[in-house]
Write a protein of this length. Structure first.
Ligand SMILES: Cc1cc2nc3c(=O)[nH]c(=O)nc-3n(C[C@H](O)[C@H](O)[C@H](O)COP(=O)(O)OP(=O)(O)OC[C@H]3O[C@@H](n4cnc5c(N)ncnc54)[C@H](O)[C@@H]3O)c2cc1C
Length: 454
């Protein structure tokens, strides 16, 4: 039996990693068990990276944690060496029929979110044309306080910082059962038993199985264009979207690396269904297509599955003896809520008797080869050799990704953006796989049986 630990976290997604990091930096002994080969291979790899402000239903746990999380983000991410890009969101009317909705919604949003520290203003058609000449829109509500962040960068920095603070990681290990007693928790897993005083079930789409609940997963498809289409997050204003409130309806989202995402869409699905169907893409093209003049090249589509709960809200609750905190239904805006959600879990564990010290700060991350190259610095030898010309990824970047924990081709791609440019890896993927083969003696796409070479 491994342990005893103070806390065992099931799931190395963004949520489990945030909790492990916050616990470990306060002196708790923490183990994280993850069924995939690497951190961040679950829901956290397929989202849009928006740090939200608006979230319905108002007053719900997810809406409140989004507000708190949003306000904590800059400081929290800066401690990890990550800088979110703050930008406004525009709820736009693209037809005269939608203009009354702008006027109707504006005072309501201003009253609710203005009181909570977010600036809400009206934007006329002329102002809109000046700020966003690439959009076809007649007027908008501007919501300040949104941001986009690179979801992979944040997830991997959380992993590195949690490890640096002493958290232990067990990959390719699946938790099968969480058993609690007065003394603590025994976790039965595919690699034997673990013992801990407390446990956190942060198993994303599969958290329901460990908590005895039942999720209602919903697919979300996104498409990616190779250029920035707007300087703001843009979403068409829609009454039906507001009434339905099952999703925020997606938007036109600039990414931190110069692309634009449309989406996510919304459709029924099961936990493993991350296929992109033609009807998903058509729905996005028809929703956003007429809003943008110059679109650029459509690079690809990808899908994520929302771990939506029947309550349509985040569910954070104790097991009967309060030794386990279950997190179920952490769908969007889970990425936004991370700093606040992690602290809420810590409070719950403290109320059950866990004592924690003052938080330590992680070491700032080492400058990466790509940062040196982007700053015009010379990188000598093999390390400076460019593997992926579209995204300017060098051999040094791949080596650093591996030093930081990548053991698969996906792990390298997510950390470096290799293969994510216009050619979609046609030229670089083989070279990167050959480098991994040379260094590791084997290459898988994402662990398990996804062999590429050995
Ligand atoms: C399409 C889409 C778009 C989104 N866009 C946004 C956005 O723009 N902004 C925002 O704030 N939020 C967004 N979200 C929500 C956000 O992605 C999630 O809230 C967040 O990633 C959830 O993280 P997690 O750690 O709970 O889940 P996961 O990342 O899935 O992590 C759970 C981990 O647990 C592991 N696991 C599962 N079962 C077991 C087990 N039995 N034993 C061991 N390990 C196990 C899994 O392999 C996984 O790695 C979006 C979600 C989707 C689907």
């Amino acid at each position: 039996m491994r342990g005893p630990y103070d806390v065992l976290v099931v799931g190395a997604g963004a949520v489990g990693l945030s909790i492990a990091y916050e616990l470990a930096r306060r002196g708790a002994s923490v183990a994280v068990i993850e069924k995939e080969a690497e951190a961040g291979f679950g829901v956290s790899k397929g989202h849009a990276g928006v740090i939200h402000v608006l979230q319905l239903p108002l007053g719900s746990l997810k809406s409140r944690l989004a507000i708190y999380g949003n306000k904590m983000y800059d400081k929290w991410a800066a401690e990890l060496g990550v800088k979110p890009w703050r930008l406004p969101a525009l709820l736009v009317a693209s037809s005269p029929l939608q203009l009354p909705l702008v006027l109707l919604l504006y005072p309501f949003l201003r009253a609710y979110y203005g009181r909570r520290g977010f600036a809400i203003s009206l934007v006329s058609g002329r102002e809109l044309r000046e700020r966003e000449p690439n959009l076809n829109a007649l007027g908008a509500i501007r919501v300040d306080g949104y941001a986009v962040a690179d979801p992979f960068e944040l997830t991997y920095r959380l992993y590195e910082a949690a490890k640096e603070m002493g958290a232990e990681f067990y990959f390719n290990v699946e938790a099968e059962l969480l058993e609690e007693s007065e003394e603590g928790v025994k976790v039965k897993s595919s690699a034997g038993a673990f013992s801990s005083r407390y446990a956190v079930n942060a198993a994303g789409l599969y958290s329901d199985l460990l908590a005895g609940e039942r999720l209602k997963p919903k697919r979300g498809v996104m498409v990616v264009f190779d250029r920035l289409q707007a300087k703001s997050i843009v979403a068409p204003i829609s009454l039906s979207q507001l009434v339905r409130a099952e999703t925020k309806g997606g938007g036109i989202i600039p990414t931190a690396w110069g692309h634009t995402i449309w989406g996510p869409g919304f459709s029924e699905g099961d936990k493993e269904d991350t296929a992109v169907y033609p009807q998903d893409v058509m729905a996005l093209l028809s929703r956003f297509g007429s809003l943008v003049r110059r679109k650029g090249r459509l690079l690809k589509g990808y899908a994520g599955v929302r771990p939506a709960s029947p309550a349509r809200d985040f569910m954070m609750f104790y097991s009967p003896r309060k030794r386990i905190v279950h997190l179920v239904g952490i769908e969007s805006p889970g990425f936004t809520a991370l700093p606040a959600l992690a602290l809420m879990v810590l409070k719950m564990l403290q109320r059950s008797g866990l004592s924690l010290g003052a938080p330590r700060l992680p070491r700032p991350p080492k400058p990466l080869t790509r940062e040196l190259l982007a700053a015009g610095k010379e990188v000598r030898g093999e390390k400076g050799k460019i593997l992926c010309h579209c995204m300017r990824v060098s051999v040094g970047d791949v080596l650093e990704a591996m030093e930081r924990g990548a053991s698969t081709l996906d792990g390298v791609m997510f950390r470096t953006k290799l293969g994510m440019g216009p050619c979609q890896g046609q030229h670089c993927m083989g070279r990167a796989a050959a480098l991994l083969l040379k260094l590791r003696g084997e290459v898988t796409k994402s662990g398990g049986n996804s062999w590429i070479a050995r």
